[in-house]
Write a protein that binds this ligand. Structure first.
Ligand code: GAP
Length: 432
């Protein structure tokens, strides 16, 4: 089994991620997140939010609609430009992204060379609002969260007393009818994005672009991703999106290669200009210094929650051998780990006092687990596999010395600490 397959298996086994509608045969490129996956996702989003708010001010949040009308996606350029090149094999009827395969070679599935012409495939999911199915009712599921930020830019600005430069951030679902969803959470049809649009004067882009790039790179270090797995790559002019004049990708070295994790783009005034033109509404702002109106420029930072989820799992997934025993361990940063600590009575007979400690710490807001079933060794392995940084164990001595044993996930080292210091110990670990 390769590393990705092992991660997929672990995700299912431990309740991180399930194939959507699995009992009906599954839905390609669509996943449900289980209890641990939901916690991990929440921690990722919280960490992102915190990083966005602590680096630059002022920053505002929005939560835009998923459905958008034709006019909006026409203005943004998505109806014309948001497509991938598609090619079919006329022999086996398989469909491929033309840029994913070598068209000079034979079909990788059936071995024949019988390609159709390349044509453009629209990636937006189209639907109709209401009972009518004519062109006036056409709507799309958003393929990026950014557009609702641009469309509401003037409303946000005028109702919040902010001045340029400022940012608008959003976390939300996006949908793309990917031709070939693949590599688990890497390329999905339904996914979540964390996007921040930074509005500034045109001449400020050269200051803010590197500033945001630096802040975003620091974020990955903060959440524990190994520095050696992160690379910055500037887009060539022929790979830029239709709205971008400059993009630097923050790439992660996945087991299947170095790929985009986050894009930092100079969107110029493309979006606001387009929405001004198409809606007839003036989206310019007045500059008190120059006494002139202008359309703000935008530096965008955009990362997928699910893609980052996968990067974190790839980064953390470790198999090691401790005292002759092989184990699987997710060495997630304690900041990101879904469960922060496990509370384990050595034997069931000691459950009551340990459960009381578990309840105390849960009431203080920590996400911890209580587990009394099976041997303590087995329980350690389970916690290792889900990335729990600490295990506290209550044993026969605990009654007398008012101490528990704490075991570190990564080193497996154990130490004895007083029951009174459990919270401060946990707090210190969560700051690492
Ligand atoms: N608003 C800009 C934008 O959407 P993008 O490069 O197309 O730019 C931004 O997407 C990020 O969203 C990507 O870097 C990636 O992390 C995530 N993403 C894009 N398509 C995805 C997909 N099909 N599945 C999972 N994540 C995806």
């Amino acid at each position: 089994m390769n590393q990705l397959d092992k991660i997929v298996a672990l995700c299912k086994r431990r309740g991180f991620v399930y194939q959507a509608a699995e009992i009906y045969g599954g839905l390609n490129g669509v996943y449900d997140f289980g209890p641990l996956g939901t916690l991990l996702k929440r921690n990722i989003k919280d960490a992102w939010m915190q990083s966005i708010f602590t680096t630059q001010q002022p920053m505002l949040l929005v939560d835009g609609a998923i459905l958008g009308n034709h006019a909006m996606w026409e203005a943004s350029g998505h109806t014309q430009n948001f497509s991938d090149p598609l090619v079919d094999c006329t022999n086996c009827k398989r469909r491929f992204r033309a840029d994913d395969i070598d068209l000079d070679a034979n079909c990788p599935v059936c071995g024949k060379k019988a390609w159709t012409e390349i044509r453009q495939f629209q990636l937006m999911f189209q639907t109709n609002l209401g009972a009518a199915t004519d062109s006036s009712s056409i709507a799309y599921l958003r393929p990026e969260t950014a557009q609702s930020i641009f469309v509401q830019f003037k409303n946000v600005m005028s109702t919040n007393r902010v001045k340029i430069p400022f940012g608008i951030a959003q976390i939300g679902k996006a949908f793309r009818n990917e031709i070939t969803p693949k590599q688990f959470l890497f390329r999905m049809r339904e996914f979540e994005q964390m996007e921040m649009e930074w509005f500034c004067k045109p001449e400020q882009v050269d200051t803010f672009f590197p500033l945001w790039l630096k802040a975003r790179t620091a974020f990955y270090d903060h959440i524990g991703i190994k520095k050696e797995n992160i690379t910055l790559r500037e887009h060539e002019s022929d790979e830029l999106s239709h709205y971008s004049s400059r993009t630097t990708d923050i790439e992660y070295t996945f087991p299947f290669g170095q790929k985009e994790l986050e894009g930092i783009a100079d969107r110029g005034n493309f979006d606001l200009t387009q929405h001004s033109k198409h809606s007839g509404k003036d989206l310019s702002v007045y500059d008190d210094e120059t006494k002139q109106s202008y359309i703000p420029h935008v530096v965008e930072c955009s990362v997928g929650v699910d893609r980052l989820f996968l990067a974190l799992l790839c980064d953390a997934y470790t198999e090691d051998t401790i005292e002759g025993e092989t184990r699987t361990v997710l060495k997630l940063s304690p900041r990101i780990a879904p469960i922060k600590a496990a509370f384990l009575p050595l034997v069931k007979k000691l459950s009551e006092p340990m459960h009381a400690l578990y309840k105390d710490i849960t009431a203080k807001g920590y996400m911890v687990e209580f587990d009394e079933s099976g041997s303590v060794g087995k329980r350690y392995r389970r916690q290792d596999e889900i990335g729990t940084p600490l295990c506290f164990t209550y044993d026969f001595e605990s009654e007398n010395d008012t101490c528990v044993t704490v075991r570190n996930r990564d080193t497996t080292q154990q130490e004895r600490i007083s029951i009174d210091s459990i919270e401060s110990y946990l707090q210190a670990a969560l700051k690492q």
